[in-house]
Design a protein around this ligand. Structure first.
Ligand code: SF4
Length: 244
């Protein structure tokens, strides 16, 4: 991947405006938060391996794909909404964004900053990310959702205070507040991700408990490629066993 002219380093680190061709997928933040090497293998080496969880997750997501809108009372529901942030260098699609309508007359100067105002009223955006499995806290999911909120904020010029992760197995939503700490974490991960891609750096594998659930396990080989020592042991094992 080559970064376009106009993007690069300055005295304060990476310049915070990206060209459209340099935008990275929002979903990569989730992989990066889980494991930096995983994000690098996917983005730099084009690795992707389905396991039960990724296949199940994909089917689950496909149900919510495609750009569609629907009105339910004072709720406008938009599915598959494309979004991007040139400041963070991210692009993607929100599974669902709900826009809750408040009558125009109820929009005051105090709450106007979190509303999108049009001729039908003022609308409070609320992004929702769909995930398989049971209700739980996952840093990567929360960062991914917060990145969606930051993209929407940049595009709609509003402040989005909260969103939710919806868990398919338990059919429950976990409300997420986009506080300063989560916003800063999300921005830091976006920056680190761009830095890694810019450097074309694939971090060395480190075998941990989480590796057993990683769909890239057989491509990554964390037990054998993790350190020169383990790679040497692995190779010597093959040589000494005559390939058996
Ligand atoms: S197997 Fe482990 S080290 Fe390798 S990409 Fe997955 S989580 Fe990262």
């Amino acid at each position: 991947m080559g970064y376009a002219a106009g993007w690069g380093f300055c005295n304060h680190g990476l310049r915070q405006v990206f060209a459209e061709e340099d935008l990275l997928p929002i979903s990569a933040l989730q992989h990066f938060a889980f494991c930096e090497r995983r994000a690098a293998l996917i983005l730099l080496e084009g690795a992707w391996e389905e396991n039960f969880f990724t296949a199940d997750g994909k089917i689950f997501h496909e149900r919510s794909e495609g750009y569609q809108t629907e009105m339910r009372g004072d709720l406008r529901i938009v599915r598959g909404l494309p979004m991007r942030s040139l400041r963070l260098g991210l692009m993607g699609k929100a599974d669902v964004v709900e826009f809750q309508r408040a009558p125009r007359e109820k929009t005051t100067l105090k709450n106007a900053s979190d509303r999108v105002v049009d001729e039908c009223g003022s609308w409070l955006p609320f992004p929702i990310e769909y995930k398989r499995g049971r209700l739980r806290h996952e840093e990567g999911y929360e960062v991914q959702l917060c990145a969606q909120a930051l993209c929407l904020e940049e595009m709609l010029e509003v402040t989005i205070p909260r969103g939710a992760v919806y868990y398919g197995q338990t059919k429950r939503r976990l409300d997420i507040v986009f506080d300063q700490s989560l916003r800063q974490r999300t921005e830091r991960i976006a920056l680190q991700l761009h830095q890694m891609i810019f450097d074309k750096r694939v971090p060395v594998a480190r075998y941990e408990k989480k590796c057993t659930g990683c769909s890239l396990f057989t491509l990554c080989l964390p037990k054998t490629t993790g350190s020169p020592k383990s790679a040497r042991t692995y190779l010597l094992g093959i040589v000494n066993n005559g390939g058996n």
